[in-house]
Design a protein around this ligand. Sequence first.
Ligand SMILES: C[S@@+](CC[C@H](N)C(=O)[O-])C[C@H]1O[C@@H](n2cnc3c(N)ncnc32)[C@H](O)[C@@H]1O
Length: 342
Amino acid sequence: MSGTRLFFSAAEDYLVPATEELRERFPDARFGAVGPDLGWIDAEGLAIGALAEACLDPPTIFIRHLMREVGSIPADRAANLDDVVAIAIGTWSQLPLKSDVSLQVWSTGEVRTGFRTDELRRALAEALTERGITVARSGQEQILGAVVAPEGIILGLNGHGSALSDWPGGQVRLSKPKGQISRSEFKLEELFRVHDFDVPERGIAIDLGASPGGWTRILRQRGLTVWAVDPATLDPRIASDPKVHHVRMTAGPFLNMTDVVADLVVNDMRMDPDLSASVMLDAAKRLKPGGTTIQTLKVTPHNTLRTVRRVLESLQRDYDIVWAGQLHHNRNEVTVVGRKRP
Ligand SMILES: C[S@@+](CC[C@H](N)C(=O)[O-])C[C@H]1O[C@@H](n2cnc3c(N)ncnc32)[C@H](O)[C@@H]1O
C-alpha cells in the first residue's frame, strides 16, 4: 500500500454507494471511513490526479470532493488551537506551497474540539498570511484542506483540478435569496452555479410537481414561461404571474392532454424513481428535439447505485444523460440532467 490516504466525500448516508463506485474502478484498493460523509481509499501507486480522472470518466454519481492527505493530528493532540495551527503550518511548510492558496476547513461526524471550524480556519489563514501567503476560500490552483474528524485533524493539499469541487468537502453553501418560495430552490441554484449546462433562457418550461413554486420562480427569473403542474397550490407570489400557467392535475393526465411543446421539462415530484422515469419518458413527446430535462430522483440509502443506474438506463431510451449526481442540497435525491435525442 502507498501509505497515503486519498479522501473522498459524499452525502451523509451515501458513503456506501460512493465507495462502491470507487471499488469498481479500483478493486484492489483498501477503503475506510472517518466520518459519515468522508471515506478514504489507499491503493498502491494511486495518485490523486488518477483518482480524479477515474471519477470523471465515466463520471461518478455520489463522490463530491477529493483531498490528498499530507499529514494528520491525532485527536489527543488536537484539543488546543495554537498547537493545531503550529503542526498544520509545520506540515504544509515542508511542501512546495504557492503564493496564493485556497484554504478549506470543514468537519465530519461527531467531533469534540475546543474550537469551531470557522475559528480554526481564521487562525490557519492568519498564520499563512504572516508567512506571506495570500489565502482565499476558493478559486486558487492549490487547495489546503483541514478536516476536523473524530480521529483528529486531517491535513490535505492538492490541486484544484483534482478536487472535483472547489467547495470545502463539496459542501456548496448558498445564501437564501430574497423572495425564496421553497428550500427546493437551492437544488436548482446549486446546479446552475456549479455546473455549466446549456439551460434554455427563453421559451417554454413544464414544471412537474411545481408546488409551492420555487423552481417555477427560478425558471421565470431565467425568462421562461412556465406550465406549473401540481394538484397542490402555488404560492400567491408566483400564482399571480401571468406567465405562469398553473395546471391543477397530476403529471400523467396533463402530459396526455396537453399540446404544449417545451424547451425544458423539470420534475421534482415526490415519487418512486422508476415511476418518475416513466413520466419523463412520457414527457419526451412534449419536449423539442435537443430540449433539456432536469429531474430529481427520490432515493434511499438502500441499493441506491443499482436503482439509479437502472433508472438512467431506462431514460436513455429518449435522452442523453448530460449529468447525474448528488448535489449538496439533494437530501435522499439524485439530480439528473438529460437532453432529448434529436
Ligand atoms: C418537493 S415538492 C416540489 C417542490 C418544488 N420543486 C418547489 O421548488 O417548490 C414535490 C411536489 O410533487 C407533487 N407531486 C407528487 N406527485 C405528483 C404527480 N403525480 N403529479 C404532479 N405533481 C406531483 C407534490 O404535490 C409536491 O407538491
